[in-house]
Design a protein. Structure first.
Length: 292
């Protein structure tokens, strides 16, 4: 490719990163889904899969060729452009969401409520069989989500250990189908705090959250992938229930802020429609990639 073509390619990747970053800020919307819709999901997964500790070991040993081979395998220009786009969008969206939460709290949380409801239905639709075990895990998930949402997360505060723990759980959610990391931060009462941290570039908080996420992925990703591979149906049923049960928290917030009036109902419908549009786009993308 010519330099102009390369420049255009990475500008486009940057813009796709912005789409992902904007999505990751909204509870219930998965940045991974947006990566799939924009056609970069497979490239992203391959790049992440090529990240190995051995690359750093080659650098320490002075084996420059092996080190550079490891760096190239990660697709560094692609990842750099994508992460830059995600970061810029996160900065912009954090300001927008904070404004909406301060001025239109009922409507914003109602939008999140609709998004979570629709996402739950989509996760459950991925289950190809029905049985008593599916129903049992669905009910167990609803009960667990209901209990978690009824706890008092404000008592956790916003200390660095709490942010570390939140990052470990929230970023692990990225590899689970239909689960949003932003929604996990909302459940743990860290959502608005982290939005403010992004807005003000509070590096200690952001670095702690990110470090927790990286360590969480390293520790739990293989376990989660194993569960998805060997117990796919029951895990999806439990996740569906967890999402449905935890909407108790959103209902409580909306009720406290003014209740389910016309505007709340309208924005709940908008949230459902948003997920419907994204799912339609995802399926159209899948058809274009695999026309048969």
């Amino acid at each position: 490719m010519t330099p102009d073509q390369i420049s255009r390619e990475y500008i486009l990747i940057f813009l796709k990163g912005m789409v992902m970053g904007a999505s990751d800020i909204i509870p219930g919307v998965s940045g991974g889904t947006m990566a799939l819709i924009t056609g970069i999901y497979e490239r992203l997964i391959n790049a992440i899969g090529n990240i190995h500790i051995h690359t750093l070991q080659h650098l320490i040993r002075g084996d420059k060729k092996a080190f550079m081979d490891g760096v190239r395998a990660v697709d560094p220009f692609f990842m750099g452009s994508l992460l830059a786009g995600i970061g810029v969008a996160a900065l912009i969206m954090s300001q927008i969401i904070l404004f909406l939460l301060n001025v239109y709290a009922v409507e914003t949380y109602a939008l999140f409520f609709g998004i979570i409801l629709a996402s739950s239905v989509l996760v459950f639709s991925e289950i190809k069989r029905r049985g008593t075990d599916i129903i049992a895990f669905l009910i167990a998930g609803i009960a667990a989500g209901f209990i978690i949402a009824g706890l008092n997360p404000t008592s956790m505060g916003h200390s660095l250990p709490v942010l570390f723990f939140t990052g470990a759980i929230a970023l692990c959610a990225m590899i689970l189908p239909g689960i949003s990391g932003a929604y996990i931060t909302l459940l743990f009462n860290q959502y608005e705090y982290l939005l403010n941290a992004i807005h003000t570039l509070a590096l200690p908080e952001l670095i702690t959250y990110g470090t927790g996420g990286v360590i969480g992925l390293l520790l739990f990703s293989r376990t989660l992938q194993y569960l998805l591979r060997t117990h796919h149906a029951v895990l999806l049923a439990f996740l569906t229930g967890l999402m449905l049960g935890s909407t108790r928290m959103l209902v409580g917030i909306i009720t406290k802020e003014g209740g389910f009036g016309l505007s709340a109902v309208l924005f709940t419908i908008v949230g459902i429609a948003l997920i419907g549009i994204m799912e339609y786009a995802k399926r159209r993308m899948a058809i274009s990639v695999n026309p048969e």
